[in-house]
Design a protein around this ligand. Structure first.
Ligand SMILES: Cc1cc2nc3c(=O)[nH]c(=O)nc-3n(C[C@H](O)[C@H](O)[C@H](O)COP(=O)(O)OP(=O)(O)OC[C@H]3O[C@@H](n4cnc5c(N)ncnc54)[C@H](O)[C@@H]3O)c2cc1C
Length: 438
């Protein structure tokens, strides 16, 4: 008899957890992802700020699943689903919209940036979601210092050495703290014509406080810490404009050549593919068993799903995605082997953490609220534990220890994929004779 076909789309936190939960299931499992790697997004900001290398936070999906013989990994982009004919459409480098059949489908396709209706900002304020985004941000940040060092006119140094982060949630706060440590310690004494420590780091958000999901007390502690690190925190005003020369906020122009978007996220188009009900943000409304209403064979998990618990929607965090992926895998396993279904899904919140510069974090778990070095140690231990392989855990631990003691970073290379490390001037910009006569 032909084996049941299980299709998992997405090898992130949710998809991978589902695949692992199906380890002993007599089924033909296909996991499709448009990248060949599982990415540990919580440490993306450390690649963007040159602490870690891209390969320290990502692992090939087929390598993680190499011992799980019932899974086939496919590199391809899912472009749609026909939930009547039970097939997904996949495009890869060679083929367009090939249909692949399933008996069970788990969609774990995550989220992308949301510019809140201002998609024109994207060209000037790239987000931080993929390894390519993090490498691009690192290139841009490091290049700004190189350009300033080469610039004779000191009045232009200010724009080059002003870094703006739009969005003061965990990613913006972590990135601002890490950037402050980079400019005040790691880059110190390496430049002759500029002082990297004079760099201005501005964190902007329309919310009245940083780290919205945390308690007011922890949010205050994080803000104080950021300000001690020299970060300018501007709250209560949304960004009105972003262009090649900086941003406008509360009627004021802040000149900057490096603006990074660390604000909203938008779910993948899974809701459109399925043509089912979504919430206001576009996430697929799922039931307590994580299936889509009317489709017992379709599960949606993680950032692209919407499920309320205790009257509130579950947050878009890795723990929710992992627990949902595991649950979907277990439920399908039970159906296939004829076991009773597990009780309805219930998210167990282990708490939230955010790092603010070297040796300081905030931690909130139930009634426990801690900030400082102890919270940072807990943050480090938890993040190491959740990296995909033991070699990543060891590599990241050694890098953190080295960076903590010496201030030196793991990857400060500017890698331009077009071969030259000198960015080409825009066609209409005058080439300045900066080095002439020197
Ligand atoms: C910068 C950053 C920092 C974060 N920090 C934290 C943190 O500290 N703690 C925390 O709990 N959470 C954090 N998060 C959130 C957390 O990473 C997400 O909640 C989690 O990744 C969601 O898991 P997921 O499986 O739903 O999606 P993802 O992990 O994003 O995985 C989605 C996968 O689907 C693939 N995919 C998408 N579309 C397609 C397609 N059409 N075809 C094929 N494949 C596709 C993608 O390539 C990806 O591999 C952070 C997120 C970001 C971006």
């Amino acid at each position: 008899m032909a084996q049941t076909k299980i299709m998992i789309v997405g090898g992130g936190f949710g998809g991978l957890a589902a695949a692992k939960a199906l380890k002993n299931t007599p089924a033909e499992i296909t996991l499709i992802d448009r990248t060949n790697h599982h990415l540990f997004q919580p440490l993306l900001y450390q690649v963007a700020t040159a602490v870690l290398t891209p390969s320290q936070i990502a692992t090939p999906i087929r390598s993680i699943l190499r011992n799980q013989k019932n899974v086939t990994v496919i590199l391809g982009e899912v472009t749609g689903v026909d939930n009547g004919k039970k097939c997904v459409f996949v495009t890869d480098a060679d083929r367009q919209n090939v249909s692949i059949a399933y008996d069970y489908l788990i969609l774990a396709t995550g989220a992308t940036h949301s510019y809140f209706g201002h998609n024109e900002f994207e060209a000037f304020a790239p987000g931080l979601k993929s390894l390519a985004d993090a490498e691009a941000a690192r290139n841009k940040i490091l290049q700004a210092f190189e350009l300033a060092e080469a610039e004779d006119d000191p009045t232009l140094h200010r724009d080059l050495l002003t870094f703006i982060l739009v969005g003061a949630g965990p990613t913006g706060v972590e990135m601002a703290g890490a950037l402050a440590v980079l400019v005040r310690t790691s880059l110190k004494s390496e430049f002759r014509r500029i002082d990297p420590a004079s760099a201005r780091i501005v964190l902007v958000d329309m919310a009245p406080r940083v780290l919205g999901p945390f308690s007011e007390e922890l949010s205050k502690a994080a803000k104080i810490r950021l300000e001690k690190l020299g970060v300018e925190v501007r709250l209560g005003h949304s960004v009105e404009q972003i262009d090649a020369d900086g941003i406008m906020v509360a009627g004021e122009r802040i000149a900057s050549k490096t603006v990074i978007w660390t604000a909203g996220v938008a779910p993948s188009p899974a809701g459109k593919w399925l043509n089912v009900e979504t919430d206001r943000a576009g996430r697929v409304r799922i039931q307590k068993d994580l299936t889509v209403p009317g489709h017992v064979e379709i599960f949606v998990v993680g950032d692209t799903a919407s499920l309320d618990q205790n009257g509130k929607p579950l947050p878009g965090v890795a723990q929710v995605a992992m627990q949902q992926g595991r649950y979907a895998g277990k439920l399908i396993h039970n159906r296939i082997v004829g076991n009773p279904p597990p009780p309805p899904f219930s998210y167990f919140d282990k708490g939230s953490m955010a790092v603010v510069g070297k040796g300081f974090a905030v931690l909130q778990s139930g009634k426990v609220q801690v900030s400082g070095f102890g919270a940072w140690l807990t943050w480090a231990a938890v993040h190491l534990q959740f990296l995909a392989t033991s070699s990543l855990r060891l590599g990241v631990f050694l890098q953190w220890a080295w960076t903590y003691v010496t201030g030196q970073r793991g990857d400060r290379l500017i890698v331009n994929h077009h071969g030259s490390e000198v960015a080409k001037p825009a066609p209409d910009s005058a080439v300045k004779p900066t080095f002439a006569g020197r």
